[in-house]
Design a protein around this ligand. Structure first.
Ligand code: B12
Ligand code: SF4
Length: 520
């Protein structure tokens, strides 16, 4: 069967596509886990952000897929619906499957018959998708596939969920990267790929979707499988690797063993990026950080969340950020810096009881200690405990999920309105990014020299000569920035079949350039 899998083009303020375009690891994992006679093409539409519509049309016309699968986060919901409608307009008989965080956690949003989705894959997709293709081919009923919702003559049938899969017995096969049909993945000019070493987390932070997605558990891939996967990515041209584990620092001895294995196998010439928990880094950093550095780790995304204990309690992130009741953020930042690692600082400002001064404290901390700010606002994603809290307290002010991108404040606090919270972050954060330029120049000189101007133009969008000369206020610039951001969200000129503000499209000019098609 010819299958086309797509991830959405919508991107995030702190990972502008000029500098960061990553592959979706979930789709390569699905492709690696179907039976070998299927042909699976993968298109990460972030690589075609300025030509989404023509790229989708070209893919459909050239590949003529029997099934199209979309991977969707909540803020990408509207884009995904438009793409489904566009695909159907070109190939009415195509089967449509959706998966990823939004269809898993808000499945009811995908069942409307006007949308035309045939299958909703909830939670991990590797085995569910394998069985789905088998069933479409006639081997077994759809009703016996755990984790699947499917359309029938009676409406949507809802099969029971599939428990998280064990990863140590080879049941989940390695990803198939060869199916990618678009090119241009990058992280600051270095070709990048993503690798999983584990799945799951045993914590339960209130803002995180992971627990609702798969329960509280932690499963590890064998280290030799991880090494083979990194080698595969390198053989295909990757020079940097993002380890996309939900929480790799749950098992620190294993992370240390992985660092040693990377060095032993000569894979330490790659640049690694990873997400980590502050308590684990603070407690084990003295031995872990030098090993990480030796293995080639460079950027560590630290889930700081908040430096104030009251906010940490609300986020339920106190457990992962504390060591014997002491807030460990500073210790974690210091030990990483001592060993030459850079901190991407993940903070959340705008929590229900946040005041101007508590937000300022967090912004001041970020300014002083983190290398690249990754500051967000609490966002009520489907199914999280935080969403229930915000709803009960009547603090959600914006229901438009396409703006649930982490840097649009869609909730207010009891002291400040949403716009003010976002304004404070936006104003402070732009200058924090400027401070990273000398470090970035040292690490990636060619990229920064070629693209530094474009990066700054992105960071300061909305700024004009009038704002630079002080002839208008920062609030005027902020308003203009938000208008630009709203326009950027219209990745294609095609209506949402369930109705939003998009205009019907003009006829599409179809490009004829060949795809980088490589058969599996
Ligand atoms: C790695 C990661 C990133 C990377 C993305 C790399 C990439 N291109 O994939 C980076 C750092 C860039 C990133 C950014 C963001 N992320 Co992020 N990210 C993650 C993380 C840590 C792991 C995702 C992953 O790769 N898992 C491994 C793969 C194998 O699993 P998977 O993607 O879930 O795919 C499986 C299933 O979902 C399913 N599946 C998925 N797609 C499909 C499609 C079909 C057709 C089928 C059948 C099945 C299927 O099968 C797959 C295999 O089992 C998660 C989870 C977490 N704990 O924080 C958050 C997470 C996905 N991110 C999230 C968000 C919100 C964002 C941001 C908006 C802001 C932010 N919080 O950082 C930005 C926006 C990204 C963008 N498009 O610009 C949210 C999504 C919430 C939601 N309800 O939508 C999560 C869940 C974190 C959270 N806050 O709870 N992210
Ligand atoms: S520690 Fe990280 S992955 Fe685990 S629940 Fe908290 S935010 Fe989610």
């Amino acid at each position: 069967m010819q299958v086309l899998l797509m991830s959405m083009p919508d991107s995030f303020e702190h990972t502008p596509t000029l500098a960061v375009r990553m592959p979706n690891g979930g789709l390569a994992s699905l492709a690696g886990n179907v039976d070998p006679h299927h042909q699976v093409a993968i298109a990460d539409l972030v690589l075609a952000q300025s030509s989404v519509q023509s790229t989708v049309v070209r893919l459909i016309e050239q590949l003529q897929p029997r099934l199209v699968g979309l991977s969707v986060m909540t803020f990408q919901r509207s884009t995904a619906r438009r793409i489904i409608s566009l695909v159907r307009s070109r190939k009415p008989d195509v089967l449509i499957a959706v998966g990823g965080y939004d269809p898993s956690l808000a499945p009811e949003e995908w069942t409307d018959s006007a949308l035309g989705v045939d299958f909703i894959v909830r939670g991990e997709g590797d085995l569910t998708f394998r069985e789905l293709l088998r069933s479409i081919d006639g081997a077994g009923p759809l009703s016996e596939i755990p984790g699947l919702w499917f359309r029938s003559t009676r409406g949507f049938e809802r099969n029971p969920p599939r428990p998280a899969t064990s990863l140590d017995g080879g049941i989940v096969r390695p990803p198939a990267r060869a199916g990618r049909v678009l090119s241009g993945y990058t992280m600051m000019g270095l070709p990048i790929d993503v690798v999983e070493t584990s799945r799951g987390c045993t914590f339960d932070c209130s803002f995180c979707s992971i627990i609702e997605m798969r329960g509280r558990n932690f499963h590890r891939f064998p280290i030799d499988r991880v090494i083979a996967d990194i080698s595969d990515a390198r053989d295909r041209g990757a020079r940097s690797i993002f380890l996309v584990d939900d929480n790799i620092t749950i098992d620190v001895p294993r992370l240390e063993a992985l660092c040693r294995a990377i060095v032993e196998h000569g894979l330490d010439d790659l640049m690694y990026v990873v997400q980590a928990m502050t308590a684990a880094i603070a407690s084990h950093g003295a031995t872990l950080a030098p090993l990480m550095r030796k293995a080639g780790f460079r950027y560590v995304f630290l889930g700081i969340e908040n430096v104030l204990d009251d906010d940490l309690a609300f986020l339920k992130a106190k457990a992962k950020n504390s060591r014997k009741q002491e807030n460990t953020t500073l210790a974690a930042v210091n030990v990483l810096h001592q060993h030459g690692l850079l901190v991407v600082g993940g903070l959340i400002v705008g929590n229900p009881d946040d005041t101007r001064s508590s937000i300022e404290t967090n912004l001041a901390f970020a300014k002083k200690y983190v290398d690249w700010p990754y500051i967000q606002h609490p966002t009520p994603y489907p199914g999280t405990p935080m969403t229930r809290d915000f709803r009960e307290r009547g603090l959600i002010v914006n229901p438009r999920v396409e703006e649930y991108d982490g840097t649009s404040a869609v909730t207010r606090s009891t002291h400040l309105d949403a716009e003010e919270i976002e304004f404070m972050r936006w104003k402070a954060e732009r200058w924090m990014k400027v401070r990273h330029i000398p470090t970035a120049l040292r690490l990636h000189p060619g990229f920064v020299l070629r693209n530094g101007r474009g990066m700054m133009a992105h960071t300061f969008r909305g700024t004009t000569w009038r704002s630079l000369l002080g002839l208008e206020t920062a609030r005027d610039t902020f308003r203009r920035y938000r208008e630009i951001r709203a326009r950027e969200r219209q990745y294609l000129d095609w209506p949402d079949p369930l109705g939003t503000n998009a205009q019907p499209s003009e006829p599409i000019a179809i490009e004829t350039a060949p795809l980088n098609w490589v058969a599996r």
